[in-house]
Design a protein around this ligand. Structure first.
Ligand code: DGL
Length: 419
């Protein structure tokens, strides 16, 4: 009888999802229809009925950029670990926690889906990331479920935060969900340090198109905000072989174009940069250098057209540390910090193309072809054209691995230990 009822419920959910054709409804229905977590993009419902405190924290991004957020989580020390009171105690606030990191590298850049009218598909990808973290399966084995989801991707936060919250609620899970955009806006408000000028939000084209930052910033400051969306910088940092322009040149050209249009519009002088893409903290020095370069450039008449537009001292805001604080507050508030210190370390996964999936389109280097990647339609949440496999330092392109090793030492150590 119970089995019959469950079958009937599954049919109703499937019909409702198909009727609405909304990727969120489809993903919600799909996972509800598979409470044993026995198919891709599902989780074991029973995992979320007990005590979740000792489960790991899930962190995801479209690629390796979210490792900058993981680094901030691992370094975060703003509280006394015994009393919970404000004030660093020399012990990281998440010292007792472990993390499961996922980078959806095969499907990135997320930032370019909106430009080709595929935001619904992007929303489905984002929910698949969440289902991967909640579930127990990776391509070749088992992984632990998670008690919290950190959306360590600005684009995914912009397009997916509300969907994720709605899905988690519909699934009835007491899972914490934290995104980077509001945390970043909060960070700007808390760390202004006297800066009162214009804010330049550096992000993906998609994040800019969503207007997530201008909206979040408007809640905490009246300062003027302008956006600089880059179509290639995140992919270049990720080591995408189709991007052949050196990172420094991409940044210089992006910033030059941005300042040209800002000057033409008579924009307010800029004194703060919001690093609104998780990849960008890895090239923060190059970004500062590009603004400094253009500030000093002279036109034919000897005038420096951008000198008054760019402050000499530019403040950079990285949302990562404020994301860590938002997570800490949520876990504390829900009494969900780990109680048993675990000897198991962090786990790292990334997606790779699955050449065996019918109709999959591959480029010469084995990555998903551009036409295939950006031509897909939603409502096939269980598709397996990509597989999630363990991330190892060897799987990262050399230049990207070097960036992680140099700039993210805590994460690098953890990634190496996870092998
Ligand atoms: N990491 C993503 C972000 O923070 C950008 C990379 C991408 O376009 O996939 O927006």
């Amino acid at each position: 009888m119970a089995a019959l009822l469950r079958l009937a419920l599954c049919c109703v959910l499937a019909i409702v999802a198909r009727a609405t054709d909304d990727p969120v409804a489809v993903a919600i229905g799909h996972a509800k229809a598979h409470p044993q977590g026995d198919v891709p993009a599902s989780f074991v419902a029973a995992d979320y009925r007990g005590d979740l405190r000792d489960l790991p924290i899930g962190v995801f991004d479209s690629g390796v950029g979210g490792l900058t957020v993981l680094e901030a989580l691992k370094a975060h020390d703003r509280h006394d670990n015994l009393t919970g009171k404000e004030g660093a105690d020399g012990v990281p606030d998440f010292a007792g926690e472990r993390f499961v990191y996922f980078g959806d590298q095969a499907n990135m850049p997320y930032g370019n889906y909106s430009a080709v009218g595929r935001t619904d598909f992007l929303r489905e990808l984002i929910l698949r990331d969440v289902l991967f973290l909640l579930g127990r399966r990776y391509a070749h084995g088992r992984k632990p479920p998670v008690k919290a989801i950190v959306i360590a991707c600005n684009t995914a936060t912009a397009y997916g935060l509300e969907d994720i919250r709605a899905a988690v609620k519909a699934w009835g899970l007491p899972v914490i969900v934290v995104g980077v955009v509001e945390a970043g806006a909060q960070g700007l408000a808390e760390s202004a340090g006297g800066a009162q000028g214009g804010v330049a939000v550096l992000a993906t084209v998609g994040t800019c198109a969503s207007n997530a930052y201008p909206k979040a910033l408007a809640k905490v400051t009246a300062r003027p905000v302008r956006q600089l969306g880059s179509a290639t910088l995140a992919a270049a940092i990720e080591g995408d072989p189709s991007v052949t322009t050196p990172i420094r040149d991409i940044i210089r050209a992006d910033v030059g174009g941005f300042l040209k249009s800002a000057a033409a519009d008579g924009a307010a002088p800029i004194d703060t940069l919001m690093l609104g893409c998780t990849h960008y903290p890895l090239v923060a020095d190059e970004i500062a250098a590009a603004f400094a370069y253009w500030r000093e450039q002279s036109a034919a008449d000897g005038r420096k057209p951008y000198a008054a537009l760019v402050a000499k001292e530019l403040k950079q805001v990285n949302p990562a540390a404020w994301t860590a604080e938002a997570l800490w507050r949520s876990l504390q508030g829900a009494r969900m910090m780990a109680v048993t210190s675990s000897s198991a370390g962090d786990q790292f996964y990334l997606s790779v193309p699955n050449p065996a999936w019918p109709g999959v389109g591959l480029a010469a280097d084995g990555s998903l072809s551009y036409e295939y990647k950006y031509g897909r339609q939603p409502n096939q949440v269980g598709r397996q054209d990509t597989l999630n496999v363990p991330m190892t330092p060897e799987k990262l392109p050399g230049a990207t691995a070097n960036l992680v090793r140099e700039k993210l030492p805590l994460t690098w150590r953890s990634l190496r230990a996870a092998r």
